[in-house]
Design a protein around this ligand. Structure first.
Ligand SMILES: C[S@@+](CC[C@H](N)C(=O)[O-])C[C@H]1O[C@@H](n2cnc3c(N)ncnc32)[C@H](O)[C@@H]1O
Length: 238
């Protein structure tokens, strides 16, 4: 029996097991809570030892284990790639190497290089971003477009929500324009939003669509992942 349990489960026991962060002068309560959660998060610790750079890597790993998303030789576009967790998970599965890269990632944040992954430091909403992504793949159509993009929150719920939806819709539009037939679109979405139009678009263009909430995704987060598979190819209806 641990010291904490001996003294009764609950607030006291919890306190003994977890790292608590004091609210430093000038640090907002929100940042303190975030830091405390990071320090106590088993996925954050695992990501460090596994060399994945982000806890987000485990969400994609879990989705791949569940749905077998990636296959050898596939080309991938990684939208919102920084710090690189998703690309690091996918690269060995598809067999992307420095001499024959199969993955291109884009983010407006700086990223450390990833062997076998071409990284563009660029805003995906820039007009020339789609062309640059496809050019980086040597003009080939990708088999998978995956987006973990999330804009920094403003604290204003309605604004944040609209920005999130705009990014997902842009990613979906890009996917239906560039994917190879049979291709897959994976995207982070947030529950409780105007997703109907997006779902309708995906249902028209893909054989199957599903929502999945990986265990690595925090239970208190509204985020979930959309997986659309079996891209039907050009529909000429938009
Ligand atoms: C949750 S993180 C991605 C984590 C990544 N999947 C991983 O495993 O390391 C979301 C990323 O989306 C990026 N992002 C948001 N909006 C973007 C945009 N318009 N263009 C490019 N990147 C964007 C952010 O800079 C951030 O790095």
């Amino acid at each position: 029996m641990t010291k904490g349990t001996g003294q009764g489960i609950g607030r006291r026991g919890d306190r003994d097991l977890k790292v608590r962060v004091k609210t430093a002068k000038g640090r907002k309560i929100g940042s303190t809570l975030w830091l405390q959660r990071q320090l106590n998060d088993p996925y954050v610790a695992r990501a460090r030892t596994d060399g994945y750079r982000s806890r987000a890597a485990y969400k994609l790993k879990e989705l791949d284990e569940r749905y077998h998303l990636f296959k050898k030789g596939q080309r991938i576009v990684d939208l919102g790639a920084a710090p690189g967790g998703w690309s690091l998970v996918a690269a060995p599965i598809v067999g992307s190497t420095e001499t024959a890269p199969l993955i291109v990632g884009i983010d407006y944040l700086e990223m450390d290089p990833i062997p076998g992954v071409i990284l563009l430091k660029k805003d995906f909403t820039d007009e020339d971003a789609p062309d640059q992504l496809i050019a980086a793949l040597g003009g080939h159509k990708p088999d998978v477009v995956m987006s973990d993009m999330a804009a920094p929150t403003t604290g204003h719920r309605a604004t944040d929500h609209l920005r999130i939806i705009a990014l997902v819709e842009l990613a979906a539009d890009f996917a239906v324009q560039v994917l190879a037939p049979g291709g897959t679109f994976i995207a982070k979405v947030f529950q409780g939003g105007t997703e109907h139009e997006l779902l309708a678009l995906l249902k028209r263009h893909f054989a199957t669509t599903l929502h999945a909430k990986p265990k690595a995704s925090r239970a208190d987060s509204a985020e979930t992942y959309l997986v659309a598979r079996g891209f039907k190819g050009d529909q000429h209806d938009e």
